[in-house]
Design a protein around this ligand. Structure first.
Ligand code: IPE
Ligand code: IPE
Ligand code: MG
Length: 247
């Protein structure tokens, strides 16, 4: 356990684009799925670190709405790995007082996986130490579109007027709902510097942190480095530095 980052400057919510599994495996002459498997260990270590630090929400990008374009074998392996990991890890998450939420268009998943997701969410729903959000078949544009659809339906049924639609209503209609704050820190591993349709609505003011470290190599020390970097940033939200130093 390390205390190098003070609690006061810790992000409340960290979101991560877990990229680089395939390259990690290729570098070792292994098939890509070995990289995805190794990536599960990094998920465990990131969850543990958030628990130790008292970070309240961790959102992990596990499968994007564009990842269906990959070869069928890889897609199937990723879905199997997701189902197996859910099955294996839910009890431990529950013991550690972690609430699991899956965000994304899960309607596209096989019925058995949907049931497993529902069961894991229900089982952990009252836990309070950490909210672990797994973004699966997630796309930022999908999230905004489904929120718009939801608000339109509410208008149609008379529960909302068009004039009442504002940023707050919109935010609540996204997959985060009313309770989850926007991410303070958005990390992307694997060297690419892009959002890849992740949290488009929610990352409006997230601090971005890009690292070349491939996801399976992203250990506690690498996570600590990202947190230290974050702790040195000045978040101005449109104000001037001078205004912030006066307050
Ligand atoms: C991220 O690793 C995991 C998923 C997208 C599911 P990649 O599989 O994209 O790894 P690279 O980018 O090919 O190395
Ligand atoms: C983003 O990684 C999605 C996940 C990490 C789940 P990709 O590897 O799919 O991103 P692009 O397509 O290279 O931008
Ligand atoms: Mg990638």
């Amino acid at each position: 356990m390390t205390d190098s980052v003070e609690k006061t400057v810790l992000p409340q919510h960290v979101a991560i684009v877990m990229d680089g599994n395939g390259r990690w495996a290729e570098q070792r002459g292994q098939p890509r799925h070995q990289g995805h498997r190794a990536g599960v260990d990094s998920v465990r270590s990131a969850v543990d670190l958030c628990g130790e630090k008292g970070i309240k929400v961790l959102t992990l990008f596990a499968f994007s709405s564009e990842n269906w374009r990959r070869p069928r074998v890889e897609v199937n392996l990723l879905l199997d790995l997701f189902a197996i990991t859910l099955q294996r890890e839910t009890e431990k998450l529950h013991e550690n007082n972690i609430r699991l939420r899956i965000i994304g268009n899960i309607a596209a998943f096989p019925e058995k996986l949907r049931q497993r997701i529902h069961k894991a969410e229900q089982h952990t729903r009252h836990n309070t130490a950490l909210i672990l959000q797994i973004a699966a078949n997630y796309g930022g544009r999908w999230d905004i579109a489904q929120a718009a659809r939801h608000l339109a339906t509410q208008c149609q049924t008379g529960h909302l007027t068009v004039d009442q639609i504002d940023e707050q209503q919109m935010a609540q209609a996204t997959s985060f709902g009313a309770d989850i704050p926007d991410p303070d820190l958005l990390i992307r591993t694997g060297g690419e510097q892009r959002i890849s349709n992740f949290l488009l609505w929610h990352s409006a003011y997230a601090e971005l942190y890009f690292t070349d470290t491939l996801w399976p190599d992203f250990d506690e020390q690498a996570f600590e480095s990202a947190l230290t970097d974050y702790s040195r940033r000045q978040r101005r939200f449109g104000k001037t530095s001078e205004q912030l130093s006066c307050s």
